[in-house]
Ligand binder design. Structure first.
Ligand code: ARG
Length: 275
């Protein structure tokens, strides 16, 4: 079943992990008493950026701010669709100042930023999938924000209930593989048990052909992946999922971001897509 998949060129916004650390705990992965190897983290992050560029993607960087150790997780800063920017409002007070740092970057790049009224953590919980946006709630982004996103973009938003604290953001439990046919039939990969029974049923109806991941691969951040339609930049620990993707004609590009797992983040968390 090895169809040939066509990549499309993407633009990513990232933030160098110069000030990366685990200094507070806002998800079950984070243990401030466990040391983080910042040099190793910087090397791993540089490998990810190299991999994006080697596959033809554009990468922009936002200047990291001291005392914002999670700012490296660029995905949480916004959702950008057709050049329109829906900004962020973080659940944790520790992360709130990040919104302004990213807003400044977007403004300098010529974008207008909409400030959400209720908690909304950007692409962490908002995943554009062709004709609609899949939206997670339960731990961070609120249902009120889902409504605000739908109103702002005029794109249908499908709310999904997350139930497992290890998968506190939608992008830790699900990613979009491709958007062929102008996005009409985007397919996804996901870990069903991260969702409530009703949301699981919604996903099964919308995506009968989805690639399903095991708990082991999900815990290895295998679903925190970035796909360009052909290459899937995927956690090197998610071997079974990589094999399942390869069997569907995708080309897994393994990248190891293990130091970032200590903060509860992986490849996708470090990547904001500018659409
Ligand atoms: N420590 C960060 C937090 O808990 C990690 C964010 C990961 N980002 C993501 N898009 N899932 O907020």
């Amino acid at each position: 079943m090895s169809e040939s998949r066509v990549p499309s060129r993407r633009r990513y916004l990232v933030c160098e992990p110069r000030h990366f650390a685990v200094s507070y705990a806002i998800n079950p992965w984070m243990h401030p008493d466990r040391p983080v190897d910042v040099d190793l983290a910087r090397g791993q992050w540089a490998e990810l950026i190299r991999a994006y560029r080697a596959h033809g993607h554009d990468v922009d960087t936002v200047e990291p701010v001291a005392d914002l150790p999670d700012m490296v997780f660029a995905a949480n800063s916004a959702l950008v669709l057709e050049g329109r920017v829906f900004g962020s409002l973080f659940h944790a007070p520790e992360r709130r100042p990040e919104s302004l740092a990213y807003e400044t970057w977007f403004k300098e790049a010529g974008y207008t930023v909409h400030r959400p009224e209720s908690v909304c953590e950007g692409e962490g919980d908002l995943v554009p999938a062709g004709r609609w946006v899949l939206a997670g709630t339960g731990f961070r982004t609120t249902r009120e924000a889902h409504r605000e996103v739908q109103e702002f973009f005029g794109v249908p938003v499908i709310s999904l209930q997350l139930v497992d604290p290890w998968f506190y953001h939608l992008d830790t439990a699900l990613f979009v593989l491709d958007e062929p046919d102008g996005g009409n039939h985007a397919n996804i990969a996901y870990y069903p048990e991260a969702f409530s029974p009703g949301s699981r049923e919604v996903l099964a109806r919308l995506y009968p052909d989805a690639v399903l991941a095991t708990r082991e691969d999900a815990l290895a951040f295998g679903l925190n992946s970035v796909s360009d339609g052909r290459h899937v930049f995927i956690s090197s620990g998610a071997e079974e999922l990589a094999a399942r993707l390869a069997a569907r004609g995708y080309l897994p590009v393994p990248v190891d971001l293990s130091e970032f797992h200590k903060a509860g983040g992986g490849i996708k968390c470090c990547t904001q897509e500018i659409r």
